[in-house]
Design a protein. Structure first.
Length: 175
């Protein structure tokens, strides 16, 4: 048996960041073609996660040099730094069509999350905690704290392609 000495639950204010930017045009068809391949593989996550649509495996783009170059350049441009750096943990592709949606969720187990849109869509990504709706546009990139809740409503009569990614913050002992 034990005796509880203190117990409380309350929300804690946290500093957050959120970036929305438009990148220089690149070959989005390269990624769209790879997403089409990935959603057909046996290890896909179609309709199995918060993404209620077609999805590659979580590590499908993890070693993609083209994506790595885009993300490195973006992080360099925004002068994003952490004491020990960050490491790409997950990078996956999504294809969302009529009736597809993303459940509201967060990526609390990772430090930073983001999405790179490959097509335009009239269904916004909603981030309720910061009262923000982001409408997907080709070449738009979002980068934010992994603990921010986000999701979408159902897509109607469109197809949306995007790459989602997560970074973890390196620790001193990871070197």
């Amino acid at each position: 048996m034990f005796k509880i000495i203190t117990h409380f639950e309350k929300p804690v204010k946290k500093q957050i960041f959120f970036y929305e930017a438009c990148l220089e045009p690149f070959d989005e068809n390269y990624f769209i073609e790879k997403i089409e391949e990935g959603i057909k593989e046996n290890n896909n996550f179609n309709y199995k996660t918060n993404v209620q649509g077609e999805m590659t495996s979580f590590n499908f783009f993890i070693e993609d040099n083209f994506l790595e170059k885009i993300l490195k350049n973006f992080l360099k441009e925004i002068k994003f730094q952490t004491p020990c750096g960050i490491q790409l943990k997950d990078a996956w592709g999504i294809k969302m069509s009529d009736g597809c949606y993303t459940d509201f969720h967060d990526h609390g187990e990772v430090s930073y999350s983001g999405v790179l849109y490959l097509s335009k869509c009239s269904t916004p990504l909603i981030l309720p905690e910061i009262d923000k709706k982001i409408y997907p546009e080709k070449y738009k990139i979002l980068f934010f704290n992994g603990f921010l809740t986000h999701g979408t409503e159902k897509i109607k009569n469109e197809v949306k392609y995007a790459l989602a990614f997560n970074f973890i913050e390196r620790k001193k002992w990871d070197k």
